[in-house]
Each structure stands twice: as C-alpha cells, then as structure tokens.
Design a protein around this ligand. Structure first.
Ligand SMILES: CC(C)(COP(=O)(O)OP(=O)(O)OC[C@H]1O[C@@H](n2cnc3c(N)ncnc32)[C@H](O)[C@@H]1OP(=O)(O)O)[C@@H](O)C(=O)NCCC(=O)NCCS
Length: 163
C-alpha cells in the first residue's frame, strides 16, 4: 500500500509535497466535518462520523493528508464482497487538481487487495463533476433512485464498478 502511494505521488510530480492516505481516526473528525460542511447540503455531523468509526464494524474510512493537513476523505461499507461508498469529498481549495481521482484509485486498489470485488455509489443527477470522475474510474450507471436526496428531492444515479 505504501509503495502504491509513493509511486502515484511520483507520477503526480510533486516532490516537495508530502502525501499520505491512511485510515481515519477520531482525531480527524473536526477536519472531516469541516470538509463535509463545505461539500454537502445535508452534511453529516461529528457524532455520525464518531459512530461510524467506533460502532460500525463494516465501515472503513480513509483520509487524504497533504503536508500534514487532512484535505479529503472517503468512506465505504463492506457488504458481502461489495464496497458501498458512503461519502467522498475533497476540501474546496484542493478540488480539480487530481486529488479526488488519486484518493479513489488508491482506496479501490486497497479494497481489491482485501478481496472486495465491486464498488457502488449514489450520485446526484446534477453532480456532473463527480460523475465524470466516476466514469473515468470505470463506474457505469446502473439505475436511478427517484427523489433520493431529502433536501431537494433530487434523483440519484446508482453507479457500479468492478474492482
Ligand atoms: C467530486 C470530488 C470528490 C472530485 O474530486 P476532485 O479532486 O475535484 O476531482 P479530480 O481533480 O481528481 O478530477 C477527476 C476528474 O473529474 C472531472 N473533473 C475535475 N474537475 C472538474 C470540473 N471542474 N468540472 C467537471 N469535471 C471535472 C474530470 O473528469 C477529471 O478528470 P480529468 O482531469 O482527467 O479531466 C470533489 O469535487 C468534491 O469533493 N466535490 C464535492 C463533494 C461531492 O460532490 N462528492 C461526491 C458525492 S457523490
């Protein structure tokens, strides 16, 4: 896993940037909730992340750390060989620079290494940016969940990829 990050970091050509992807801890929660609030209309609260980390045995949360600052995260629930993405976000100032792709590729490789065979998520039909990223990573739309989002009753695409 470590070698993978170092290899990909080299590919991104960022010699003076210290990059790490590691599992989230409770100490990360303030940074994570700040990203969450900057990213979603119905952000998860700190208690939700705490409960995920402490009580949910099928949950796995990863952090992207650049120069000692948590700038992104991705969570999954592991169910019967499938990974269900609960949330993925990058701090606004770090978006559209390849970090979301970097984080997701790394997590997908790690999940595959742990025996997971497929990965799925829901995405707002209006979230074209995220959909482009998922398509680039091999996800394909497999259906629609009508009025999935409670804030504006927006539909969600269900997307799947093989690991
Ligand atoms: C969605 C998100 C995680 C993507 O992370 P990111 O770091 O911004 O994305 P990347 O820079 O890695 O871009 C990867 C691909 O996404 C697409 N993309 C990137 N920036 C884009 C933009 N401004 N507009 C449209 N597509 C864009 C491109 O396809 C890009 O690949 P390319 O550079 O080869 O063209 C991030 O934008 C985010 O946190 N958004 C708010 C929260 C959110 O919507 N989460 C997803 C919920 S389902």
């Amino acid at each position: 896993m470590k070698n993978n990050v170092e290899d990909q970091q080299r590919e991104k050509g960022s010699e003076d940037t210290a990059v790490a992807i590691r599992l989230m801890t409770v100490e990360d929660i303030p940074a994570i909730t700040a990203i969450e609030e900057a990213s979603f209309p119905n952000p998860w609260k700190a208690e939700s992340f705490l409960s995920e980390l402490k009580d949910n045995r099928i949950a796995r949360y990863y952090c992207l750390v650049i120069n000692d600052k948590v700038v992104g995260y991705m969570g999954v629930w592991l169910v019967a060989g499938e990974a269900h993405i609960t949330n993925v976000a990058i701090w606004p100032g770090f978006r559209s620079k390849g970090w979301g792709e970097f984080l997701m590729r790394h997590v997908m490789q790690d999940l595959k290494k742990h025996g997971l065979v497929s990965i799925t998520l829901e995405v707002r039909v209006s979230n074209i940016h995220a959909q482009k990223l998922y398509t680039k990573l091999g996800f394909k739309a497999a259906g629609v969940r009508r009025k999935y989002y409670s804030d504006n009753k927006e539909d969600a695409y269900i997307m799947w990829a093989k690991l």
